[in-house]
Design a protein. Sequence first.
Length: 442
Amino acid sequence: MIKEQKDFHKSRRKEFSQLIGKDSIAVIFGNTHYSKSYDDAYKFKQYKNFFYLTGFIEPNASLIIAPSGVTDSSSDSKKSLEEILFVQKRDSTLETWNGKRLGNDNVKKELGIENGKENTELKKFLTRKILTGLRRLYVNFAEMIKVSGEMKEIVTEFIDRLNIIASGVEIIDASYILGKMRSVKGAYEVNLIKKACEISIKSYIETMKMIKPGLMEYQVQANLEYHYKFNGSIQNAYEPIVAGGENACILHYENNDQVLKSEELLLIDSGAEYDYYNSDITRTFPVSGKFSLEQKTIYEIVLKANKECINKIKPGTRYSSLRDTSDKILADGLNKAGLLKNKKEIKKFSLHGVGHHIGLDTHDAVTSSKTFSEDNDVLKTGNVLTIEPGLYFPAGSKDIPQKFWGIGIRIEDDILVTKEGSENLTSALVKDVKGIEELMKS
């Protein structure tokens, strides 16, 4: 692990430790392998909060963070430790089959975590004694209960023990605190998101050039994913949506198995991942290479909403106000085009929100709501979010002329909130009508 990454994850553990406080301890479990069928497993992916704190991408691991320290009873010095990463035991036979393991002896050197131990030692740490003098225990519940394999027995016993200690210790899910931390990205994270965006943009451009009637949606997907991997993205941010014609009116369409027709639009919603950080882009363009009058009319309305929402982004802007801005522009545009009499009914055709935070998760695990005591709706420097207004007119849309049926348009960009305003990380991917038509001719 390079020093910059090591320092980043160390800073995340330090901040998390400060937030949970001296009278607390956190036990954060990593992911385990899951069977797909018979002896085949899904490709391993680390839990994002665990990765955020450690940068460690092996299965069957767990992290203890103890701001007040825990005693290492296995050491003669009885040293008090604030960080312990439990990892798989080195095993030459298994490593021959599945790849090298870090091993507990290399944890401090390679990851910068204070102490490393084999995961078989975790049991004796997760006893009632570890909570002596403490008031709060933080765990990642939703992820913890899904672990499998060699970690399952450890977790099962730990959960049983929680029932015994619950009357004397406050047990809290760590996800909320980590979500708030993850909402503001540091320079290291922003650079990774920018790299994911760069890969996506290159791949979109090459893919848009090859679009023509008669192709299958999955052929477009294949071309896009080829360029992702060729340019350094090992995995997609999410399963691509490649939706021709009315399929674009299915928001999470993933079949990608229909033929592209010359009179239709093609909506691609996809993104590359780079070192666990994601991009998320949507572009909609004509299969024939030229927008029809009806397609252009709707497209320009959505594009205006996209651009004006992006222009409003700066520290202090409410995310909810961007949604209101988008809805107003879409409603006004459809009203002017004679397609929407009652502007209050815009949600019949816009369907979804204006965007979401993005980072380690495509829909990042970040709270953005306003409660009685907290206001997380206000944008801060370092937030990265998407802006993705859309309009959708499936066949049979009431009060919509038939020539507009089958039009589904979404335009999505990834935006970094800066001290001065914002930076569009996906601005290099063309989205105006003239530019799209020119690109598709090339």
